[in-house]
Design a protein around this ligand. Structure first.
Ligand code: SF4
Ligand code: FE
Length: 487
């Protein structure tokens, strides 16, 4: 089986005994919990769309290992065309869900692991590549959702890893056995982990000799003993728990989810370990994963941006301001900014290159430029959307007031707009609110800043990849600077 149905996916999660907490309580039935369902619906969509002929080209790929048709989110990129389709798929999914749809992390992790394990084996005579290949073939064939875990909690950032504070603030090996290792620590803001079957874990940053116990990469099922997920608080999240919640959610169907995930003495068998102490390769693994994920943001954030532009256009129409020249101008500016994000995503794919292992890697300079733009433009897009929507976006009455026998008629009467009833105008306003300030803001706004690394991380990569020496040569040649005294 290489493509599951969404029903099979839901049932497969139902069978797992996972430790998921929200607001201090363990969730007995996370699969049907109203807080988590919208985020799971995004994953359900990735299964359903893979079976729809109109999306087959983007949603599926052919495995180079088995020849089977697989979900593209589990693909190892075989060409530049695959890298382009990755970004197009992400834009499509952003447009469909208006949120973070969570499944990209394994695609980006798997491709980074694939090329890096190959190079580790060449340098060290290890057998990580074949192990990882076996893992990804199983993920493809069973059509699994795999989360990725990168960011350690870190505590006091001024302390070196493992020094001056609780060593568990960075996930590390606490016991070595003949059949595997035992790890302890935690990983923060893990996208989609409550909807995943397994997780791939990698170090948080480049490492150096002496930090071997922190240099561990592996995969484990999410019902492995010792794993606990604590769901992150999102703005307005408990609206989902209100009886019959619909309009006030803005996006009742979809959402993202992140969780702080604890690894308390988790056993990892040898066959699931893909990096173990080869400190000089930790940086390559992290850099490649981050590169792929920064390229991804050119797709997913422009897709959600399309929803934001759509919501702004719609509310302008409902408010009767659509024809005002300043509103048109704002919509054009939103579109320009959004397409710039997409341009950099596609460009970093189009300039992709083949790794020693044979899969394709994105252009790191362009991927980092893409993500650095993402740390700014969605904020501006949201600012313009809020400008167009008006203050009513945050002061409008609730759905309960609209349905109230006592005051409902007032809401109906005073919330109307341009040829639109109060209910539909409220729906458009709540969608704007959700994107700007509600649960989707996690995936659209703050994630644009910090997801796939904070802006400073991109600036470091841009300064490394920017090739200033070469650019000086261009300038010198044109300015006629050469010979003695031109250094
Ligand atoms: Fe995918 Fe974007 Fe969410 Fe990352 S932030 S998992 S790229 S949708
Ligand atoms: Fe993300």
């Amino acid at each position: 089986m290489a493509l599951m149905t969404s029903e099979q996916y839901v049932e497969s999660l139902r069978k797992m005994k996972r430790n998921i907490y929200f607001q201090g309580r363990k969730l007995d039935n996370p699969v049907d919990h109203p807080l988590l369902r919208p985020s799971m619906n995004c994953l359900i969509e990735t299964y359903d769309m893979a079976h729809m002929p109109e999306y087959e080209d983007l949603m599926t790929a052919t495995s180079q290992f088995t020849g089977h048709k697989i979900n593209r989110f589990n693909n190892i990129h075989k060409s530049v065309e695959d890298l382009n389709k990755k970004v197009k798929l992400q834009r499509l999914m952003g447009q469909r869900t208006g949120s973070c749809f969570q499944r990209c992390v394994i695609m980006d992790c798997a491709n980074a692991f694939y090329s890096t394990t190959y190079e580790i084996d060449q340098a060290h005579g290890t057998s990580y590549f074949e192990r990882f290949k076996k893992f990804i073939i199983r993920v493809q064939d069973e059509d699994l959702i795999v989360a990725g875990a990168l960011t350690d909690p870190k505590g006091d950032r001024s302390c070196a890893i493992g020094e001056g504070q609780d060593p568990d603030l960075y996930l590390h090996v606490v016991e070595r056995r003949p059949d595997g290792v035992v790890v302890t620590g935690a990983k923060a803001h893990l996208t989609g982990i409550t909807n995943a079957h397994e997780v791939v874990v990698l170090p948080t940053q480049a490492l150096k000799p002496g930090q071997e116990d922190y240099c561990i990469a592996f995969s484990v099922p999410l019902d492995a003993p010792g794993i606990t997920m604590i769901v992150g608080r999102q703005s307005c999240d408990t609206r989902k728990l209100e009886a019959g919640a619909d309009i006030d959610l803005g996006n009742a169907r979809y959402g993202g989810v992140e969780a702080l995930t604890i690894f308390d003495h988790v056993f990892v068998p040898n066959e699931n370990i893909y990096l173990n102490g080869e400190v000089e390769f930790a940086g390559m693994l992290v850099e490649r994963f981050a590169g792929y994920h920064r390229n991804s943001y050119g797709g997913c954030k422009s897709g959600v941006g399309d929803v934001a532009i759509g919501a702004a256009s719609l509310i302008a129409q409902y408010n009767g301001t659509e024809r005002a020249s300043h509103v048109k101008d704002k919509l054009i500016e939103m579109t320009q900014l959004n397409e710039q994000l997409y341009c950099a995503g596609i460009a970093s794919s189009a300039e992709g290159w083949q790794t020693k292992a044979g899969n394709y890697m994105v252009d790191l300079l362009l991927a980092n430029v893409c993500k650095l733009n993402v740390t700014r433009y969605p904020y501006e897009i949201v600012r313009l959307m809020e400008d167009i929507a008006g203050g009513i976006m945050v002061t409008a009455p609730s759905e309960a007031d609209l349905r109230s026998e006592e005051v409902g008629h007032y809401v109906e009467k005073f919330m109307v707009g341009n040829h639109v009833n109060a209910e539909n105008r409220l729906r458009a306003l709540r969608l704007c609110e959700n994107l700007a300030l509600g649960t989707a803001a996690v995936g659209y706004r703050t994630e644009s800043m910090h997801g796939a690394g904070s802006p400073q991380a991109q600036k470091i990569m841009i300064s490394r990849q920017g090739n200033f020496a070469q650019k000086k040569q261009y300038a010198k040649r044109i300015a006629g600077i050469h010979g003695e005294g031109s250094q």
